[in-house]
Design a protein around this ligand. Structure first.
Ligand code: ATP
Ligand code: MG
Length: 475
Protein backbone atom coordinates (compact mmCIF):
# COMPACT_ATOMS: atom_id res chain seq x y z
CA UNK A 1 0.00 0.00 0.00
CA UNK A 2 1.51 3.37 -0.93
CA UNK A 3 1.73 5.54 2.18
CA UNK A 4 0.50 9.10 1.90
CA UNK A 5 1.94 12.06 3.73
CA UNK A 6 5.22 10.45 4.75
CA UNK A 7 7.42 12.75 2.71
CA UNK A 8 7.74 16.23 1.36
CA UNK A 9 10.16 17.36 -1.27
CA UNK A 10 13.04 19.80 -0.84
CA UNK A 11 12.48 22.16 -3.74
CA UNK A 12 16.05 23.36 -3.51
CA UNK A 13 17.42 19.80 -3.58
CA UNK A 14 15.21 18.85 -6.52
CA UNK A 15 16.30 21.90 -8.46
CA UNK A 16 19.98 21.26 -7.63
CA UNK A 17 19.82 17.73 -9.01
CA UNK A 18 17.87 18.73 -12.06
CA UNK A 19 20.16 21.66 -12.94
CA UNK A 20 23.11 19.28 -12.88
CA UNK A 21 21.84 17.61 -16.06
CA UNK A 22 22.79 19.18 -19.36
CA UNK A 23 20.19 21.16 -21.31
CA UNK A 24 20.25 18.59 -24.11
CA UNK A 25 19.57 15.70 -21.73
CA UNK A 26 16.72 17.62 -20.09
CA UNK A 27 15.13 18.41 -23.45
CA UNK A 28 15.29 14.75 -24.39
CA UNK A 29 12.80 14.21 -21.54
CA UNK A 30 10.26 16.24 -23.49
CA UNK A 31 11.11 14.35 -26.69
CA UNK A 32 10.65 11.03 -24.89
CA UNK A 33 7.26 12.13 -23.55
CA UNK A 34 6.05 13.26 -26.96
CA UNK A 35 7.20 10.01 -28.61
CA UNK A 36 5.44 8.07 -25.82
CA UNK A 37 2.27 10.08 -26.38
CA UNK A 38 2.29 9.09 -30.06
CA UNK A 39 2.76 12.62 -31.44
CA UNK A 40 3.11 12.79 -35.21
CA UNK A 41 4.85 16.13 -35.09
CA UNK A 42 7.19 17.61 -32.53
CA UNK A 43 8.84 21.01 -32.89
CA UNK A 44 11.57 22.44 -30.71
CA UNK A 45 12.86 26.01 -30.92
CA UNK A 46 15.80 27.23 -28.92
CA UNK A 47 17.21 30.70 -28.30
CA UNK A 48 19.28 32.41 -25.64
CA UNK A 49 16.37 32.86 -23.21
CA UNK A 50 13.61 30.46 -24.25
CA UNK A 51 13.02 26.91 -25.37
CA UNK A 52 9.62 26.08 -26.84
CA UNK A 53 8.49 22.53 -27.44
CA UNK A 54 5.18 21.66 -29.03
CA UNK A 55 3.65 18.32 -29.99
CA UNK A 56 0.34 17.31 -31.54
CA UNK A 57 -0.44 14.19 -29.54
CA UNK A 58 -4.17 13.71 -29.54
CA UNK A 59 -4.58 13.21 -25.82
CA UNK A 60 -2.31 15.78 -24.25
CA UNK A 61 -1.66 15.33 -20.55
CA UNK A 62 -4.38 13.31 -18.96
CA UNK A 63 -4.10 14.96 -15.55
CA UNK A 64 -2.32 18.19 -14.65
CA UNK A 65 -0.82 16.60 -11.51
CA UNK A 66 1.46 14.66 -13.89
CA UNK A 67 3.14 18.01 -14.59
CA UNK A 68 4.16 18.79 -11.02
CA UNK A 69 3.99 15.62 -8.93
CA UNK A 70 7.45 14.14 -8.74
CA UNK A 71 7.48 10.38 -9.47
CA UNK A 72 3.89 10.43 -10.72
CA UNK A 73 3.58 8.59 -14.00
CA UNK A 74 0.85 6.81 -15.90
CA UNK A 75 3.22 4.65 -17.96
CA UNK A 76 4.87 2.41 -15.40
CA UNK A 77 2.89 -0.68 -16.39
CA UNK A 78 3.27 -0.15 -20.11
CA UNK A 79 6.35 -1.91 -21.50
CA UNK A 80 6.14 -0.13 -24.81
CA UNK A 81 6.66 3.31 -23.24
CA UNK A 82 10.06 4.84 -22.75
CA UNK A 83 9.10 6.76 -19.60
CA UNK A 84 8.60 5.00 -16.29
CA UNK A 85 10.22 7.02 -13.52
CA UNK A 86 7.63 9.79 -13.37
CA UNK A 87 10.23 12.51 -13.04
CA UNK A 88 11.52 13.60 -16.46
CA UNK A 89 9.10 16.43 -17.07
CA UNK A 90 9.47 17.63 -13.48
CA UNK A 91 13.27 17.69 -13.79
CA UNK A 92 13.02 19.66 -16.99
CA UNK A 93 10.79 22.26 -15.35
CA UNK A 94 12.80 22.37 -12.11
CA UNK A 95 15.99 23.21 -14.02
CA UNK A 96 14.43 26.43 -15.38
CA UNK A 97 13.80 29.89 -13.89
CA UNK A 98 10.24 29.87 -15.20
CA UNK A 99 8.07 27.54 -17.31
CA UNK A 100 4.59 27.08 -18.79
CA UNK A 101 3.12 23.68 -19.56
CA UNK A 102 0.11 24.10 -21.77
CA UNK A 103 -2.03 21.07 -22.42
CA UNK A 104 -5.66 20.45 -23.36
CA UNK A 105 -7.80 22.90 -21.40
CA UNK A 106 -5.24 23.88 -18.80
CA UNK A 107 -1.90 25.66 -18.51
CA UNK A 108 0.34 25.11 -15.51
CA UNK A 109 2.49 28.17 -14.90
CA UNK A 110 5.71 28.09 -12.87
CA UNK A 111 7.32 31.44 -11.97
CA UNK A 112 8.80 33.43 -9.11
CA UNK A 113 5.38 33.54 -7.42
CA UNK A 114 5.03 29.77 -7.40
CA UNK A 115 2.72 27.51 -9.39
CA UNK A 116 -0.75 28.23 -10.69
CA UNK A 117 -3.17 26.82 -13.21
CA UNK A 118 -5.00 28.78 -15.88
CA UNK A 119 -7.71 27.56 -18.25
CA UNK A 120 -6.98 27.62 -21.99
CA UNK A 121 -8.79 26.64 -25.18
CA UNK A 122 -6.23 24.20 -26.50
CA UNK A 123 -7.78 21.11 -28.10
CA UNK A 124 -4.83 18.81 -28.68
CA UNK A 125 -1.19 18.29 -27.90
CA UNK A 126 1.11 19.88 -25.38
CA UNK A 127 3.30 22.96 -25.50
CA UNK A 128 6.15 23.67 -23.12
CA UNK A 129 7.78 27.04 -22.72
CA UNK A 130 10.98 27.06 -20.73
CA UNK A 131 12.80 30.23 -19.61
CA UNK A 132 16.37 30.63 -18.44
CA UNK A 133 19.52 32.15 -19.95
CA UNK A 134 21.25 29.57 -22.08
CA UNK A 135 24.80 30.02 -23.25
CA UNK A 136 26.01 29.33 -26.77
CA UNK A 137 27.75 26.11 -25.88
CA UNK A 138 24.81 24.48 -24.14
CA UNK A 139 22.52 25.46 -27.00
CA UNK A 140 24.92 24.00 -29.54
CA UNK A 141 25.30 20.76 -27.59
CA UNK A 142 21.54 20.52 -27.03
CA UNK A 143 20.81 20.94 -30.75
CA UNK A 144 23.37 18.25 -31.62
CA UNK A 145 21.86 15.84 -29.09
CA UNK A 146 18.30 16.51 -30.30
CA UNK A 147 19.37 15.82 -33.87
CA UNK A 148 20.52 12.35 -32.78
CA UNK A 149 16.92 11.33 -32.10
CA UNK A 150 15.53 8.71 -34.44
CA UNK A 151 11.80 9.52 -34.50
CA UNK A 152 9.38 6.59 -34.76
CA UNK A 153 7.95 6.01 -38.25
CA UNK A 154 5.27 8.61 -38.90
CA UNK A 155 6.71 11.19 -36.51
CA UNK A 156 8.60 14.29 -37.59
CA UNK A 157 10.95 16.12 -35.29
CA UNK A 158 11.86 19.72 -36.10
CA UNK A 159 14.68 21.52 -34.37
CA UNK A 160 14.67 25.27 -35.05
CA UNK A 161 12.41 24.70 -38.03
CA UNK A 162 14.61 22.10 -39.65
CA UNK A 163 13.32 18.51 -39.84
CA UNK A 164 15.76 15.98 -38.40
CA UNK A 165 16.83 13.42 -40.93
CA UNK A 166 16.94 9.80 -39.88
CA UNK A 167 20.40 8.26 -40.07
CA UNK A 168 20.93 5.56 -42.70
CA UNK A 169 19.45 2.27 -41.61
CA UNK A 170 21.92 -0.63 -41.85
CA UNK A 171 20.03 -3.59 -40.46
CA UNK A 172 17.51 -4.70 -37.88
CA UNK A 173 17.96 -7.78 -35.74
CA UNK A 174 14.40 -9.00 -35.37
CA UNK A 175 14.30 -10.47 -31.89
CA UNK A 176 17.07 -9.95 -29.40
CA UNK A 177 16.78 -11.13 -25.84
CA UNK A 178 17.93 -8.32 -23.59
CA UNK A 179 17.41 -7.14 -20.06
CA UNK A 180 14.47 -4.76 -19.78
CA UNK A 181 12.33 -3.14 -17.07
CA UNK A 182 8.91 -4.23 -16.02
CA UNK A 183 6.60 -3.34 -13.16
CA UNK A 184 5.49 -6.22 -11.00
CA UNK A 185 3.08 -5.49 -8.14
CA UNK A 186 4.12 -1.88 -8.21
CA UNK A 187 7.85 -2.70 -8.04
CA UNK A 188 10.37 -2.19 -10.84
CA UNK A 189 12.05 -5.41 -11.90
CA UNK A 190 14.72 -6.32 -14.41
CA UNK A 191 13.44 -9.09 -16.67
CA UNK A 192 14.48 -10.59 -19.99
CA UNK A 193 12.51 -9.21 -22.90
CA UNK A 194 12.65 -9.80 -26.63
CA UNK A 195 12.78 -6.79 -28.94
CA UNK A 196 14.16 -5.66 -32.28
CA UNK A 197 17.51 -3.89 -32.35
CA UNK A 198 18.25 -1.55 -35.25
CA UNK A 199 21.66 -0.44 -36.40
CA UNK A 200 22.22 2.91 -38.15
CA UNK A 201 25.16 4.58 -39.79
CA UNK A 202 25.81 7.87 -37.95
CA UNK A 203 25.60 10.94 -40.14
CA UNK A 204 28.75 12.98 -40.68
CA UNK A 205 30.06 14.49 -37.44
CA UNK A 206 27.72 12.46 -35.23
CA UNK A 207 28.99 10.57 -32.22
CA UNK A 208 27.54 7.04 -32.22
CA UNK A 209 24.94 6.51 -29.49
CA UNK A 210 23.00 3.75 -27.83
CA UNK A 211 19.31 4.68 -28.09
CA UNK A 212 16.11 3.56 -26.41
CA UNK A 213 13.25 3.52 -28.90
CA UNK A 214 14.73 6.44 -30.81
CA UNK A 215 15.94 8.52 -27.86
CA UNK A 216 19.73 8.69 -27.42
CA UNK A 217 20.88 7.41 -24.02
CA UNK A 218 24.69 7.34 -24.05
CA UNK A 219 27.58 7.81 -26.44
CA UNK A 220 29.51 4.61 -26.93
CA UNK A 221 32.55 3.16 -28.69
CA UNK A 222 30.77 1.29 -31.48
CA UNK A 223 30.83 2.73 -35.00
CA UNK A 224 27.00 2.87 -35.21
CA UNK A 225 23.89 4.19 -33.54
CA UNK A 226 22.09 1.21 -32.08
CA UNK A 227 18.42 1.55 -31.18
CA UNK A 228 16.85 -0.92 -28.78
CA UNK A 229 13.12 -1.40 -29.33
CA UNK A 230 12.19 -1.79 -25.65
CA UNK A 231 13.05 -0.21 -22.30
CA UNK A 232 16.74 -0.24 -21.52
CA UNK A 233 17.82 -0.55 -17.88
CA UNK A 234 19.24 2.74 -16.66
CA UNK A 235 21.64 3.93 -14.03
CA UNK A 236 22.07 7.35 -12.45
CA UNK A 237 18.74 8.85 -13.47
CA UNK A 238 18.52 8.43 -17.21
CA UNK A 239 22.03 9.18 -18.35
CA UNK A 240 23.87 5.85 -18.09
CA UNK A 241 23.24 2.17 -18.83
CA UNK A 242 24.68 -0.69 -16.79
CA UNK A 243 27.89 -2.08 -18.21
CA UNK A 244 26.54 -5.64 -18.29
CA UNK A 245 23.72 -4.50 -20.56
CA UNK A 246 26.03 -2.72 -23.00
CA UNK A 247 28.39 -5.69 -23.08
CA UNK A 248 25.61 -8.16 -23.78
CA UNK A 249 24.28 -5.96 -26.58
CA UNK A 250 27.75 -5.59 -28.10
CA UNK A 251 28.11 -9.39 -27.96
CA UNK A 252 24.82 -9.84 -29.84
CA UNK A 253 25.90 -7.30 -32.46
CA UNK A 254 29.28 -8.95 -32.97
CA UNK A 255 27.63 -12.35 -33.38
CA UNK A 256 25.10 -11.11 -35.89
CA UNK A 257 27.37 -8.79 -37.84
CA UNK A 258 30.72 -10.55 -38.04
CA UNK A 259 29.89 -12.56 -41.15
CA UNK A 260 28.51 -9.77 -43.32
CA UNK A 261 28.94 -6.30 -41.99
CA UNK A 262 32.33 -6.17 -40.34
CA UNK A 263 35.51 -5.61 -42.27
CA UNK A 264 38.98 -6.51 -41.07
CA UNK A 265 39.61 -2.97 -39.88
CA UNK A 266 36.35 -2.97 -37.87
CA UNK A 267 37.49 -6.11 -36.10
CA UNK A 268 40.54 -4.32 -34.72
CA UNK A 269 38.28 -2.04 -32.66
CA UNK A 270 38.40 -2.01 -28.87
CA UNK A 271 34.75 -3.00 -28.51
CA UNK A 272 35.36 -6.23 -30.42
CA UNK A 273 38.28 -7.04 -28.16
CA UNK A 274 36.16 -6.23 -25.15
CA UNK A 275 33.43 -8.63 -26.21
CA UNK A 276 35.89 -11.42 -26.95
CA UNK A 277 37.80 -10.89 -23.72
CA UNK A 278 34.84 -10.50 -21.38
CA UNK A 279 31.92 -12.53 -22.68
CA UNK A 280 31.49 -16.21 -23.54
CA UNK A 281 31.66 -15.88 -27.33
CA UNK A 282 30.63 -18.84 -29.48
CA UNK A 283 33.41 -20.85 -31.13
CA UNK A 284 31.99 -20.15 -34.59
CA UNK A 285 32.26 -16.41 -33.89
CA UNK A 286 35.84 -16.78 -32.68
CA UNK A 287 36.69 -18.77 -35.80
CA UNK A 288 35.20 -16.10 -38.02
CA UNK A 289 37.00 -13.41 -36.05
CA UNK A 290 40.42 -15.05 -36.36
CA UNK A 291 40.04 -15.81 -40.04
CA UNK A 292 39.03 -12.20 -40.76
CA UNK A 293 41.20 -10.28 -38.33
CA UNK A 294 44.50 -12.08 -38.92
CA UNK A 295 46.38 -13.41 -41.94
CA UNK A 296 46.25 -17.11 -42.71
CA UNK A 297 48.37 -19.37 -40.59
CA UNK A 298 48.05 -17.27 -37.44
CA UNK A 299 49.41 -18.66 -34.19
CA UNK A 300 49.32 -17.14 -30.73
CA UNK A 301 52.63 -15.72 -29.58
CA UNK A 302 54.41 -17.78 -26.92
CA UNK A 303 58.04 -18.00 -25.90
CA UNK A 304 60.45 -15.89 -27.95
CA UNK A 305 62.19 -18.94 -29.26
CA UNK A 306 58.96 -20.54 -30.45
CA UNK A 307 57.79 -17.28 -32.04
CA UNK A 308 61.00 -16.96 -34.01
CA UNK A 309 60.85 -20.55 -35.15
CA UNK A 310 57.15 -20.32 -36.03
CA UNK A 311 57.87 -17.29 -38.24
CA UNK A 312 60.63 -19.22 -40.00
CA UNK A 313 58.11 -21.96 -40.66
CA UNK A 314 55.76 -19.47 -42.31
CA UNK A 315 53.30 -18.78 -39.47
CA UNK A 316 51.89 -15.34 -38.62
CA UNK A 317 52.59 -14.82 -34.94
CA UNK A 318 49.91 -12.81 -33.09
CA UNK A 319 51.74 -10.60 -30.61
CA UNK A 320 50.38 -11.76 -27.25
CA UNK A 321 51.39 -8.50 -25.57
CA UNK A 322 48.69 -6.67 -27.57
CA UNK A 323 45.97 -8.95 -26.16
CA UNK A 324 44.31 -8.79 -22.77
CA UNK A 325 44.41 -11.94 -20.69
CA UNK A 326 40.75 -12.62 -21.45
CA UNK A 327 41.21 -12.21 -25.20
CA UNK A 328 44.26 -14.50 -25.11
CA UNK A 329 42.26 -17.21 -23.33
CA UNK A 330 39.35 -16.84 -25.75
CA UNK A 331 41.57 -16.97 -28.85
CA UNK A 332 43.48 -19.96 -27.51
CA UNK A 333 40.22 -21.90 -27.91
CA UNK A 334 40.58 -21.64 -31.68
CA UNK A 335 44.22 -20.74 -32.40
CA UNK A 336 47.29 -22.89 -31.77
CA UNK A 337 50.10 -21.33 -29.71
CA UNK A 338 53.47 -20.81 -31.37
CA UNK A 339 54.99 -23.40 -29.04
CA UNK A 340 52.43 -26.06 -29.95
CA UNK A 341 52.73 -25.19 -33.61
CA UNK A 342 56.53 -25.53 -33.56
CA UNK A 343 56.36 -28.81 -31.66
CA UNK A 344 53.88 -30.18 -34.19
CA UNK A 345 55.84 -28.97 -37.20
CA UNK A 346 59.12 -30.25 -35.81
CA UNK A 347 57.83 -33.81 -35.65
CA UNK A 348 56.47 -33.37 -39.16
CA UNK A 349 59.73 -31.87 -40.40
CA UNK A 350 62.27 -34.29 -39.01
CA UNK A 351 62.12 -36.45 -42.10
CA UNK A 352 63.61 -39.92 -42.64
CA UNK A 353 67.10 -40.53 -41.27
CA UNK A 354 69.61 -41.40 -44.00
CA UNK A 355 72.88 -43.39 -43.78
CA UNK A 356 75.51 -41.14 -45.39
CA UNK A 357 77.20 -42.33 -48.57
CA UNK A 358 80.93 -41.76 -49.14
CA UNK A 359 80.54 -38.16 -50.32
CA UNK A 360 78.27 -37.28 -47.45
CA UNK A 361 80.63 -38.94 -44.95
CA UNK A 362 83.51 -36.79 -46.27
CA UNK A 363 81.28 -33.70 -45.98
CA UNK A 364 80.50 -34.68 -42.36
CA UNK A 365 84.20 -34.91 -41.62
CA UNK A 366 84.76 -31.41 -42.99
CA UNK A 367 81.84 -30.01 -40.97
CA UNK A 368 83.14 -31.56 -37.76
CA UNK A 369 86.59 -30.10 -38.44
CA UNK A 370 85.16 -26.62 -39.08
CA UNK A 371 83.07 -26.85 -35.90
CA UNK A 372 86.14 -27.59 -33.85
CA UNK A 373 88.42 -25.12 -35.60
CA UNK A 374 86.21 -22.03 -35.92
CA UNK A 375 83.42 -22.60 -33.40
CA UNK A 376 85.48 -24.44 -30.81
CA UNK A 377 82.81 -27.16 -30.50
CA UNK A 378 82.63 -30.88 -30.92
CA UNK A 379 79.53 -31.78 -32.91
CA UNK A 380 77.84 -34.81 -34.43
CA UNK A 381 76.59 -34.73 -38.00
CA UNK A 382 73.59 -36.63 -39.38
CA UNK A 383 71.60 -36.72 -42.61
CA UNK A 384 67.90 -36.95 -43.36
CA UNK A 385 65.65 -37.00 -46.39
CA UNK A 386 62.59 -34.84 -46.74
CA UNK A 387 60.76 -33.64 -49.82
CA UNK A 388 59.85 -29.99 -50.20
CA UNK A 389 56.17 -30.91 -49.97
CA UNK A 390 55.05 -28.13 -47.63
CA UNK A 391 55.35 -24.94 -49.60
CA UNK A 392 58.58 -23.26 -48.64
CA UNK A 393 58.95 -25.15 -45.41
CA UNK A 394 61.73 -27.40 -46.59
CA UNK A 395 64.69 -27.29 -44.30
CA UNK A 396 68.18 -27.55 -45.74
CA UNK A 397 69.65 -28.17 -42.35
CA UNK A 398 68.99 -27.80 -38.67
CA UNK A 399 70.86 -27.69 -35.43
CA UNK A 400 69.93 -29.17 -32.08
CA UNK A 401 72.08 -27.15 -29.70
CA UNK A 402 71.26 -29.38 -26.71
CA UNK A 403 72.60 -32.57 -28.26
CA UNK A 404 75.14 -30.74 -30.49
CA UNK A 405 73.72 -32.44 -33.55
CA UNK A 406 73.80 -30.84 -37.00
CA UNK A 407 71.48 -32.50 -39.55
CA UNK A 408 71.50 -31.99 -43.31
CA UNK A 409 68.75 -32.74 -45.83
CA UNK A 410 70.02 -34.94 -48.66
CA UNK A 411 67.12 -33.82 -50.90
CA UNK A 412 67.97 -30.15 -50.45
CA UNK A 413 70.25 -28.01 -52.64
CA UNK A 414 73.40 -28.50 -50.55
CA UNK A 415 76.59 -29.56 -52.34
CA UNK A 416 77.92 -32.42 -50.21
CA UNK A 417 80.69 -32.89 -52.77
CA UNK A 418 81.98 -29.35 -52.10
CA UNK A 419 81.80 -27.98 -48.60
CA UNK A 420 83.33 -24.73 -49.91
CA UNK A 421 80.43 -24.05 -52.26
CA UNK A 422 79.31 -20.59 -51.03
CA UNK A 423 75.68 -21.52 -50.32
CA UNK A 424 76.66 -24.78 -48.65
CA UNK A 425 79.40 -23.22 -46.53
CA UNK A 426 76.96 -20.46 -45.58
CA UNK A 427 74.40 -22.99 -44.35
CA UNK A 428 77.05 -24.83 -42.34
CA UNK A 429 78.17 -21.61 -40.62
CA UNK A 430 74.52 -20.64 -40.00
CA UNK A 431 73.90 -23.93 -38.17
CA UNK A 432 77.18 -23.58 -36.25
CA UNK A 433 76.05 -20.13 -35.09
CA UNK A 434 72.84 -21.74 -33.77
CA UNK A 435 74.95 -23.73 -31.31
CA UNK A 436 75.14 -20.46 -29.37
CA UNK A 437 71.67 -19.05 -29.85
CA UNK A 438 68.47 -20.54 -31.27
CA UNK A 439 67.00 -17.22 -32.40
CA UNK A 440 67.90 -14.92 -35.26
CA UNK A 441 68.68 -12.05 -32.97
CA UNK A 442 71.62 -9.70 -32.63
CA UNK A 443 73.63 -12.25 -30.73
CA UNK A 444 73.13 -14.65 -33.59
CA UNK A 445 74.23 -12.11 -36.18
CA UNK A 446 77.34 -11.25 -34.16
CA UNK A 447 78.18 -14.91 -33.81
CA UNK A 448 77.63 -15.64 -37.50
CA UNK A 449 79.78 -12.68 -38.53
CA UNK A 450 82.53 -13.88 -36.24
CA UNK A 451 82.38 -17.44 -37.61
CA UNK A 452 82.40 -16.20 -41.21
CA UNK A 453 85.35 -13.90 -40.57
CA UNK A 454 87.33 -16.56 -38.76
CA UNK A 455 86.59 -19.15 -41.48
CA UNK A 456 87.81 -16.74 -44.14
CA UNK A 457 91.03 -16.19 -42.23
CA UNK A 458 91.62 -19.92 -41.59
CA UNK A 459 91.04 -20.67 -45.27
CA UNK A 460 93.29 -17.83 -46.43
CA UNK A 461 96.08 -18.95 -44.14
CA UNK A 462 95.62 -22.60 -45.10
CA UNK A 463 95.82 -21.83 -48.80
CA UNK A 464 94.95 -24.23 -51.66
CA UNK A 465 96.18 -27.24 -49.67
CA UNK A 466 93.68 -26.75 -46.88
CA UNK A 467 90.92 -26.11 -49.43
CA UNK A 468 91.65 -29.37 -51.22
CA UNK A 469 91.87 -31.30 -47.96
CA UNK A 470 88.53 -29.91 -46.78
CA UNK A 471 86.87 -30.95 -50.03
CA UNK A 472 88.22 -34.44 -49.57
CA UNK A 473 87.08 -34.55 -45.98
CA UNK A 474 90.63 -34.98 -44.76
CA UNK A 475 91.64 -31.67 -43.26
N1 ATP B 1 3.92 15.63 -24.25
C1 ATP B 1 3.12 14.86 -23.50
N2 ATP B 1 1.96 14.38 -24.01
C2 ATP B 1 1.17 13.59 -23.24
N3 ATP B 1 1.44 13.24 -21.98
C3 ATP B 1 2.57 13.69 -21.42
C4 ATP B 1 3.46 14.52 -22.14
N4 ATP B 1 4.51 14.80 -21.33
C5 ATP B 1 4.26 14.19 -20.17
N5 ATP B 1 3.11 13.50 -20.21
C6 ATP B 1 2.50 12.74 -19.12
O1 ATP B 1 3.11 13.18 -17.93
C7 ATP B 1 3.61 12.09 -17.20
C8 ATP B 1 4.84 12.49 -16.45
O2 ATP B 1 5.90 12.70 -17.37
P1 ATP B 1 7.40 12.49 -16.86
O3 ATP B 1 8.30 12.70 -17.97
O4 ATP B 1 7.57 13.30 -15.63
O5 ATP B 1 7.40 10.97 -16.39
P2 ATP B 1 7.39 9.65 -17.28
O6 ATP B 1 7.55 9.98 -18.69
O7 ATP B 1 6.20 8.87 -16.92
O8 ATP B 1 8.67 8.89 -16.72
P3 ATP B 1 10.22 9.30 -16.92
O9 ATP B 1 10.62 10.04 -15.70
O10 ATP B 1 10.87 7.99 -17.04
O11 ATP B 1 10.29 10.15 -18.13
C9 ATP B 1 3.82 11.00 -18.19
O12 ATP B 1 3.66 9.73 -17.56
C10 ATP B 1 2.72 11.26 -19.21
O13 ATP B 1 1.52 10.63 -18.83
MG1 MG C 1 9.07 11.19 -19.37
Amino acid sequence: MPRRDWFEISHEGWRRRSRARSLGRLLLEAVQNAFDAGASSLAIELDATHVRIEDDAREGLADERLVYTVFLTDKAEDRTKRGRLGRGLKELVAAMDAARVETIGVTVVFDAEGRREEPNDRTQGTRLELCRTFDERELREARALLRLCIPPKGTTLRVDGRASRRPKHLLTLGSCELETIELEDGVERAVAGVAPVSVYEPRRGQVPHLCEMGVPLVAWDLPWHVDVGQRVPLEGGRDAVPERFALRLKGLLLESMIHRYLETKDLRADWVHEVIARTPVRTSVLDAYVSRAYPRGAVLGGTRRANDRARQLGAHVIDASTLSHGAYLALSRVVETADDFVRRRNTELTGEPVEPDETQARFAQAVRWLARRVAGRVVRVAFFARDPSDAGLLEDANCDADTKLLSFNVRGPLRFDDVLDPTTLGVVLHELAHLDTPEHDHRFIDRLQHLAGLTARVLAEGGPELAAALRKGEP
